[in-house]
Design a protein around this ligand. Sequence first.
Ligand SMILES: [Zn+2]
Length: 648
Amino acid sequence: MRLWKQHLEPALLNEHLALLQRQRGACDEVWFASEYGFPPLAFHQDCASRMTHAAAQVRATGIGASLQISNTLGHGDAHQSCDFRGFVWQPMMAVDGKITPYCACPRAPEFHAYLGAFTRAYCAWQPDRLWIDDDLRMHNHQPVANGCFCERCLAGFNVFTGQTWTREALGAAINEHNDLAVREAWLNFGRDSLAGVARTVARAAIVVAPECRLGLQHCDQAWGGYNGPDWEPIFSVLQEVSGHPVGSRPGGGFYVDHRPREMLDKALFTSLQNARLPDGVEISSYECENLPGTVTGKSARGTALECTLALAHGCNSLSFTPLMFPHESAGWHERMLVELATWRPFWARYVAANKQTTNTGIELVLSPRQTLRRLHPGEPPFSWANCGFGSFPQLATLGLPLCWNGKAPAALLCAPAAWGVDAAELRVLLARGLLIDGEAVQVLEQRGLAQVLGLRSRPVGVEWGDISFTDDPLNAGYAGQRITCGGFLFGTARSFELLRGQARCLARYARFDGIAGEMETAAVEFADGGRLVVFGWGLSNPTVTAGRRRQILAAAKWAGRGHWPVTLETPSQVVVVPRVDAKDRVVTVLLLNVSLDSTPSLTLLLHQTTDAEQWTWRRPFDPDVVLAAGETLTLPPLAPWSVGVLAR
Ligand SMILES: [Zn+2]
């Protein structure tokens, strides 16, 4: 449980501690928060001494006490109501020379001295763990979107590169001039700046609290690409200075559950953060962020479902925010804690079963070099730093297991990520098995890379308003199906001409009178063994027919050469998250009904079970069901927005 003002308000601490003691299953550890903003050092010292007493009170109940360093560089103008009287150093500067009064230059010596001093003050009470908040980043310090271009940082970069950049010239080089070597050096310099800040915090913590474990809270790399492809420089400093394994707290967004399927997007990007952790991370504590912690915000059940998905995507611990906000009644807080305590045994068993496993299925491609793509003419500066995946994460609702595992059986390349791959990466993806859609093919054609795929594409004429399935075995059960697309097709749909490889046509565009035209979907096998499935109509829309759903799942399995974990045969709106062990055997499968209706009984095919294994169907509020061994399992219906886990 993340706290906020409790150490400053004894009555509030007493009230919340009584709640936590009553609902003991909901909490193992609290994180006290250091002050936000940059108050005078004396204020931090006073807070730290009050926290010493509060931490002792918490520990007396058997609950662990840790510390969040809430503010390193600063969160930006969203926090402008905080105390900034201690801010007496170089502010962070944007490429146009604008500064922010709320965020620090990461290389200002006076800032490092202040950060070290207040970290030492707080760590005097020997927190179990220290968590650096996610403002330790080079982007999103509004109004400075991307920093830091101050004189000191420029001078440092010029030493780093042996060059002589001015702010204006550097801004142009990394943006409109597409000088990718300079951009890469600048990103690495930013990573070095972040590692320097982490080193100041880590040294200050360990010098007074040698047993304190260190951790980083962070955001995902598709959104935060300005920080590089991972957070490795910070994690390695935390590990090196402390000499202990470290903690990771992935997260970002999904503050309310008014559009519940958005929890799938967050789960998937959390999975990306988990997939890009270095070795030596012992805890991945999901950030379940209920902001602003109100009764009209995220529901207790929604909170629990979101957390279950985070565990499915590689977290082994959960962190919560409701107690940060005392503006709702203790009764409402208790309702939330009761929910978490009720789910806890189910979560504990699931985490135990998931040890030494990884997500598998279809890897959503995001090249580690995505931020080194060329900026298109007219594109705003720094657009290369983000890769928007649009509605692609929602393909999970077809039962298509999405992940970021580079060893997963097959991969899916969508248009935004197609700007970031090079020819060598494409060849590797084809050798593994690749799914791609018309929009992504168009991007590769614009970049002169379509010859790697061995095809040419063209737009589809307005008269081709339908799609007609062929009798290829991959369409089993749906041969001849006609999908009425009408106007939905136009604009992004493409048809194909294959220049090499053996193509199996899975679907053609069709006219109002039933005449079939050019290829819409093709499964292509190349002489070197590579496999490619092209969907001309696109994959960005998860609202498809049962036949199309079946075709996409069958194509994914085919692209992975049958090396595929699990297929949910029953047409439904159920998310399927399999996890495999080091030998690629399925260990757990999570199923989540993301519709407002109950499902029928669910038929699940497990493709990688060799022994006569026994499977157990576990749900949070029902007794376990032991299932007959075999490759085909029948699961009981799932109620609306409910979840179950299949485990060996
Ligand atoms: Zn600077």
